[in-house]
Design a protein around this ligand. Structure first.
Ligand code: ADP
Ligand code: MG
Length: 364
C-alpha cells in the first residue's frame, strides 16, 4: 500500500447535486483525498457515483458545496483547465485517428513540441504493451486493447488526478481481472491519484486504498477494504460488500460491545452495531466463511441447530444451504478439502461461530 502524505490533495466539502432543483441525487458529499490515493466510489446503479465524477471533471455544475484541489476551489474552473485524465466505459477513442494519433492528441492540444510528442507516445504505447499497434485504428483493436489505449491517453499528459468510470464494465471476467491488475500496477508506478467508479464490489475491494460506499446519494461508509468487509457500520454495507447471512432476533441484553440476541433457535452473542437498543428487533450478520460445521477445531461462542437443504459444488469451495428454526436460509462456505462433509436430505446439523465474527444491526 502507498505511503501517503497527511496533506489533503482533493477535498469535497458538503457537495450536493440536483438536476431538477427539487430532488438531490448527491446529498452532501464530504471527502478528503490524499495525494496518490486510489479511491473507489462503490454503490448500486443510480446512487450518484457518476454525478460526483462529473462534478469533479467539471461536466456538471455543483448545486451547493465546494470541490477543491490543492486548497483551491475548482467550482468555477473550466473542465479543460482542471488537468484531469479520464477513462470511461464508453469514452470513445477518435475512430478516424490511429492509436498513436489518439495518444498524441492530449499533447498536441497542450502544444508540446512534435519531437517530444513522438517520444512520449512511444513510451506510453510500450507502457500499455501496444508498441506494435500504433498504426492501427481503434476499430481494429479488441475491447481490452481499446481500454488500454484509453488508459494510456488519460495518463499521457501526466495529470496528477485520473478519473475512471466503470472503465472495465464492457470486458469479460478474465480480461477485467487482468486490467484491474494493470491499472493497479500503473497507479503504483506513477503515484497519480485515482477516483474510480464501479458497482462491482470485488473490483473495489481488490484495487482501492479506500472505498466510499454510496446508497441513494449518501455515503454509508468510507474505509479501507478490510475495514469495510470486517467492520461494516450498517446492514446496507454488510449486505452490499461481500456476502452475509442475516439471522433475525431480539436484543435481550447489552454489555459493552456485546449483545445477547434471542433467536428462534436459541440465544447467541454478537458485536453491537451503532444505534442498537435493548428490547429491539435486530438482524445478526454473519459471513458464510465464518460459520463452521462440526467436527471442527475452530473455537466458537455460538451454536445453532439447523436443517440441511442443499450442497453446491463450486470447485475451490463448497456452498451449503441450511434452514434455521424460523425458516431463514443460511449459507456456509467450506474449503473443498477432505473436511467438507456430506449430509442426508433434511438432516439436522450444527453451525458454530465466534461472537467477534458477527454483528447485530437494528432491524428495518
Ligand atoms: P450512478 O453512477 O451511481 O449509477 P448517477 O450519478 O448516474 O448514478 O445517477 C444518480 C441519479 O441522478 C439517478 O437517479 C439518475 O437518474 C440521475 N441523473 C443522472 N444524470 C442525470 C442527468 N444528466 N439529468 C437528470 N438526472 C440525472
Ligand atoms: Mg454511473
Amino acid at each position: 500500500m502507498n505511503d501517503f502524505g497527511s496533506e489533503t490533495f482533493l477535498r469535497f466539502d458538503n457537495v450536493k447535486k440536483s438536476y431538477d432543483q427539487t430532488n438531490l441525487v448527491v446529498k452532501g458529499f464530504d471527502m478528503d483525498v490524499r495525494k496518490g490515493e486510489f479511491i473507489t466510489l462503490l454503490g448500486p446503479s443510480g446512487s450518484g457515483k457518476t454525478t460526483v465524477l462529473m462534478m469533479l471533471a467539471g461536466f456538471e455544475s455543483v448545486t451547493s458545496g465546494d470541490i477543491a484541489i490543492a486548497g483551491k476551489s475548482i467550482n468555477r474552473t473550466a473542465p479543460n483547465k482542471r488537468n484531469i485524465g479520464m477513462v470511461f466505459q464508453n469514452y470513445a477513442l477518435f475512430p478516424h485517428m490511429t492509436v498513436a494519433e489518439n495518444l498524441a492528441y492530449p499533447l498536441t492540444v497542450r502544444k508540446m513540441p512534435k519531437a517530444q510528442i513522438k517520444e512520449r507516445v512511444a513510451e506510453y504505447l510500450e507502457l500499455v504493451e501496444l508498441s506494435d499497434f500504433g498504426n492501427r485504428r481503434p476499430g481494429q483493436l479488441s475491447g481490452g486493447q481499446r481500454q488500454r489505449v484509453a488508459l494510456a491517453r488519460a495518463m499521457i499528459f501526466q495529470p496528477t488526478l485520473i478519473l475512471m468510470d466503470e472503465p472495465l464494465g464492457a470486458l469479460d471476467k478474465n480480461l477485467r481481472e487482468q486490467m484491474q491488475f494493470e491499472i493497479t500496477r500503473l497507479h503504483k508506478q506513477f503515484g497519480f491519484t485515482v477516483i474510480y467508479v464501479t458497482h462491482d464490489q470485488t473490483e473495489a475491494l481488490s484495487m482501492s486504498d479506500r472505498i466510499a460506499v454510496f446508497n441513494d446519494g449518501v455515503v454509508q461508509q468510507c474505509a479501507p477494504p478490510a475495514e469495510l468487509y470486517e467492520r461494516p457500520v450498517n446492514s446496507f454495507v454488510a449486505d452490499f460488500i461481500g456476502e452475509n447471512n442475516f439471522i433475525p432476533g431480539t436484543v435481550t441484553s447489552l454489555e459493552g460491545s456485546a449483545a445477547k440476541v434471542q433467536t428462534d433457535g436459541g440465544t447467541i452473542v454478537a458485536q453491537v452495531a451503532d444505534g442498537l437498543m435493548e428490547g429491539q428487533a435486530c438482524r445478526v450478520a454473519i459471513r458464510p466463511e465464518k460459520l463452521f460445521i462440526p467436527p471442527t477445531t475452530h473455537a466458537y461462542d455460538n451454536a445453532l441447530t439447523v436443517r440441511f437443504t442443499t450442497r453446491i459444488y463450486v470447485g475451490d469451495f463448497i456452498r451449503y444451504y441450511f434452514d434455521l428454526a424460523d425458516g431463514t436460509t443460511v449459507v456456509v462456505k467450506v474449503l473443498n478439502d477432505l473436511s467438507a462433509p456430506d449430509f442426508e436430505d433434511g438432516a439436522e446439523a450444527q453451525l458454530l461461530w465466534l461472537a467477534s465474527d458477527c454483528v447485530a444491526f437494528p432491524a428495518g
